[in-house]
Design a binder for this molecule. Structure first.
Ligand code: GLA
Length: 536
């Protein structure tokens, strides 16, 4: 009897305690990641940011537009690079009313105008700010005390990605500060990739997955203008130690890339790009895209390497062993059952080494095919392992599989990310605008599913599938609307067909302008007016 009572007490306490703790907020329930809510950045974000090459001074609208054009004409857009915009380039100041105002001398079209240009090219708009009182150079205001106002302004400027630095934040609690900014971003109503930039301060990999999509793990990779190989390699080795914290929608960020910058050889460029792909790092190019040699373009657009970075399983590879000069990197399973493997050599001569299947996660008796990511050659089947030879500062970057097929996961390229519809009519009419997304990966995608909650009553969206390209047909009906501007952010979702893993949600803007319609004989009861003048 006594024992029974004892057990009953234990059971009751055992059930009641976690409940009480949870109610008191003391027990950690797994928080949903930011990406589970908005579906963004389920694979590492790709794009370009100016800081590594330009620093603060030369950044202005003309420079950013030239780089946008170069990103398109060089083929980087076709390889999946999409987020682009100014870093700390004195973009805005705070007016006496507390609102952020574009620096019109540097950005004559306004920051909203620059965003429209970028969206018109099928790319996505990245902006920069700081969680403290000022940005790092102290030339721009930080968000402290203005979190909700500033995130609303960024949303009005149509940002899709916001890098938030951690300068001039003395005395602030880092988790509270970035959480508040994430709440402010959600309240602003526009889904954005939230890129935390505390250089590892506050150990963001422990907590930032619930509030952002990526976080810097180290200090800056270079001083603006010149790459530093030793520093970049040190950063890679620091970042790889955090591999267990990465996954879809939550990425360790070893900083923007230095590939193609002065200070590096072609071999070093290839090695760094391979390391970033192996670590499922965000691929934000940092070189001058207007002045790239062919080898830099070939490296940055190698779809086989990009496919490893963009793998939908989202595993970050890590060092298996490191003997000082030679290291083996594995632990990156790929969606089709294959795996990525990298051997890096930092010595002066040449290294030759047998890599066994067991060291890289396969069974000793497996017969495996080996794809070389840089020579694009497949060999095999091999028994037991493979011998690799690698020269100074070089890598051997491989994908290993039980089959001799090496599919590339979806790489999406949109012809635009904004649909504009105008009506000057005097009566109700239907306006159509299309937007196409092409998949550069190797499998056909299922049809995109449009989220009906993101389609307002004045809009309907139909998706048409045509081999690798799917077209969104947007039809706006002006019946019942009066003169003004209307805006929707449409969300579409899809899965990678081989693994069934969700892909990053695809968002685009639809703008409807009704210019001369003074009166339509239908009551006004639909749509929300949109203020297009907020960039003043
Ligand atoms: C920090 C960041 C850099 C860059 C500069 C701008 O150093 O780490 O990437 O944004 O600020 O001042």
């Amino acid at each position: 009897m006594r024992n029974k009572l004892k057990y009953r007490i234990i059971i009751v306490v055992g059930l009641a305690l976690p409940l009480a703790l949870a109610q008191a907020g003391l027990q950690k329930a797994p928080a949903p990641t930011h990406a589970e809510v908005d579906g963004l950045a389920l694979t590492p974000p790709m794009g370009w940011y100016p800081w590594n090459t330009f620093g603060e001074e030369p950044q202005n609208e003309r420079l950013i537009k030239e780089i946008v054009d170069a990103l398109v004409s060089s083929g980087l857009k076709e390889a999946g690079y999409t987020y682009i915009g100014p870093d700390e380039g004195i973009c805005f100041s705070r007016g006496s009313d507390g609102k952020l105002t574009t620096n019109r001398e540097r950005y004559p079209s306004g920051l909203r105008g620059l965003g429209d240009y970028i969206h018109g090219k099928g790319l996505r708009y990245a902006l920069y700010t700081d969680a403290g009182t000022k940005t790092c150079s102290k030339a721009m205001p930080g968000t402290k005390g203005y979190e909700f106002e500033d995130m609303k302004t960024f949303a009005d400027w149509r940002a899709d990605y916001i890098k938030i630095d951690w300068c001039n934040a003395e005395g602030m609690d880092i988790v509270e500060a970035y959480s508040l900014l994430a709440r402010a971003q959600r309240a602003a109503g526009r889904p954005v990739v939230h890129s935390l930039c505390s250089w590892g301060d506050g150990y963001p990999w422990r907590w930032a997955g619930a509030i952002g999509h990526m976080w810097r793990t180290t200090s800056d990779i270079c001083a603006p203008g010149r790459a530093d190989w030793d520093r970049a390699v040190r950063i890679a080795f620091a970042n790889e130690k955090l591999s267990r914290f990465a996954g879809p929608g939550r990425w360790n960020d070893p900083d923007m890339m230095v590939v193609g910058m002065p200070g590096l050889t072609e071999v070093q460029n290839r090695s760094l790009f391979s390391l970033w792909c192996m670590m499922a790092a965000p691929l934000m190019a940092g070189n001058d895209l207007r002045a790239m040699d062919k080898s830099t373009v070939d490296i940055l657009t190698n779809l086989e390497a990009i496919g490893i970075d963009q793998d939908p399983l989202g595993a970050q590879g890590h060092v298996v062993w490191n003997n000082g000069n030679l290291s083996l990197w594995a632990g990156k399973p790929i969606f089709d059952g294959s795996a990525a493997v990298l051997v890096l050599y930092l010595g002066k001569s040449r290294a030759r080494r047998w890599i066994s299947w067991e060291e890289v996660g396969f069974a000793a008796e497996d017969e495996l095919y080996v794809r070389n990511i840089w020579t694009h050659e497949t060999s095999g089947p091999h028994s037991g392992g493979i011998e690799v030879t690698v020269g100074p500062d070089g890598v051997v970057f491989l994908r290993i599989s039980k089959t001799n097929e090496f599919p590339v996961p979806p790489v999406l390229v949109a012809d635009r990310t904004r649909v504009m519809l105008h009506s000057n009519g005097s009566g109700p009419e239907e306006l159509k605008g299309t937007l196409a997304i092409t998949n550069r990966g190797s499998s056909d995608l299922p049809l995109w599913r449009v989220d009906p909650e993101t389609v307002p009553s004045w809009l309907s969206v139909e998706v048409i599938k045509n081999s690798r390209t799917q077209t969104f047909i947007n039809t706006a009906s002006t019946a019942g609307l009066k003169k003004g501007s209307y805006h929707a952010v449409v969300r579409a979702d899809n899965v990678e067909p081989i693994s069934g893993k969700p892909m990053s949600s695809f968002y685009y803007d639809v703008d409807l302008e009704l210019n001369n319609i003074e009166f339509i004989n239908v009551p006004l009861n639909r749509g929300a007016p949109y203020d297009k003048d907020q960039d003043k």
